[in-house]
Design a protein around this ligand. Structure first.
Ligand code: PHE
Length: 345
């Protein structure tokens, strides 16, 4: 009788487990057939009441049945889990044929591309990068550069004043004075890229904020040949091996002699075209030999030391390099403009 009950339980378990299709249902069946209160388990607890000769074989039967049911449940469990995962994957199917969202990659403003290029050219020549404040004193921006208070050269460099003697620097040249004062009479070979300001009305060629790269070399026996060779190398590296430079006399209070440096026009190779206004040359920078007064005021003996300095307009170089027609474009952050100069990977 008891044996039959056990066989029935196994059969019942078999059918019910086979037809279960969810893990919840399977959990219910686990309780129904294997929990303490299940028929099988209550038979197990009554084993002790049986005569010893029956106890062993019936006990064995109960154990085997329990193991079988457990195995059936386990098997079904894996099956159901697989099915459920499959269903979930089908439900959450990813359509890999959909066009993806574009990750919009930014690019450097051409201004910075050119600034870095110029800097690298001079670093390769052995220059170091120096720095100086954008808010300057009258002393450093003008006086230590041989531009006293009443000097007419100041008219060209009107700027934004913070107080009578504090202003936004009009050029990077004050870094010359700062560097000389810190170097304390030792040789110098620096460039300084940085922002500069002037009280200009903004138009295609003027901006109240622009940037320069200052250059300064001081040592014994430095002459204008060094200036020319340095700038020639710069021009060729920046604009191409075929470019030639020419020095024209000019005037800056802090250099003597002073020069304006032109390069042969890349558009016509120096023959003359509309870009160079028929001259074959385009002006790129100003420079000269450091004025003895400037050397003296900043701690160098002009009898022993000499030097050259130059100032390059960064936007001007970028404009020439890329054929940009309006200086304001560098600052307007129009992505259509910026994307054109994105460096190709
Ligand atoms: N500071 C000058 C300018 O802004 C350029 C310059 C720099 C000239 C160094 C000579 C030497 O116009």
């Amino acid at each position: 009788m008891k044996n039959e009950t056990v066989i029935e339980i196994l059969e019942e378990a078999n059918t019910e487990i086979a037809s279960a299709s969810t893990s919840e249902r399977l959990q219910e069946l686990k309780i129904k057939f294997l929990a303490k209160k299940s028929v099988l388990m209550s038979l197990m607890s009554e084993l002790g009441k049986l005569p010893p000769e029956e106890r062993k074989s019936f006990g064995q039967m109960l154990n085997e049945t329990r193991t079988k049911i457990s195995a059936l449940i386990e098997q079904k469990e894996t099956e159901i889990r697989k099915q459920e995962l499959q269903k979930k994957l089908e439900r959450e199917e990813i359509d890999i044929t959909l066009p993806g969202r574009n990750a919009d990659v930014g690019g450097q403003n051409p201004f910075y591309v050119v600034k870095d290029e110029i800097t690298d050219i001079f670093l390769n020549m052995g220059f170091e990068v120096a720095d100086g404040p954008e808010v300057e004193t009258d002393l450093f921006n003008f006086e230590l550069l041989n531009i006293p208070k009443d000097h007419p050269a100041r008219d060209m460099q009107d700027t934004f004043y913070i107080s009578d003697n504090v202003l936004l620097r009009t050029h990077t040249s004050p870094v010359q004075a700062h560097t000389m004062q810190v170097a304390g009479g030792k040789p110098i070979r620096i460039i300084c890229p940085g922002k500069t300001y002037r009280r200009d009305d903004d138009d295609a060629t003027h901006s109240h904020q622009f940037a320069q790269i200052e250059g300064l070399v001081i040592d014994k026996n430095i002459n204008i040949g060094h200036l020319k060779a340095t700038l020639e190398l710069f021009a060729k590296k920046m604009f191409g091996e075929k470019r030639e430079i020419r020095l024209r006399p000019s005037y800056f209070p802090f250099t003597e002699p002073s020069v304006e440096v032109d390069i042969t026009c890349a558009n016509c190779d120096g023959k003359g075209c509309s870009m160079c206004k028929g001259t074959g040359y385009i002006e790129i920078l100003g420079g000269g030999m450091v004025h003895p007064n400037v050397l003296k005021m900043n701690g160098y003996d002009p009898e022993v030391y000499s030097g050259f300095a130059f100032g390059i307009g960064i936007e001007r170089v970028a404009i020439l390099r890329y054929g940009i027609d309006d200086i304001r474009k560098f600052y307007q952050n129009d992505v259509r403009f910026l994307h054109q100069y994105r460096k190709k990977a």
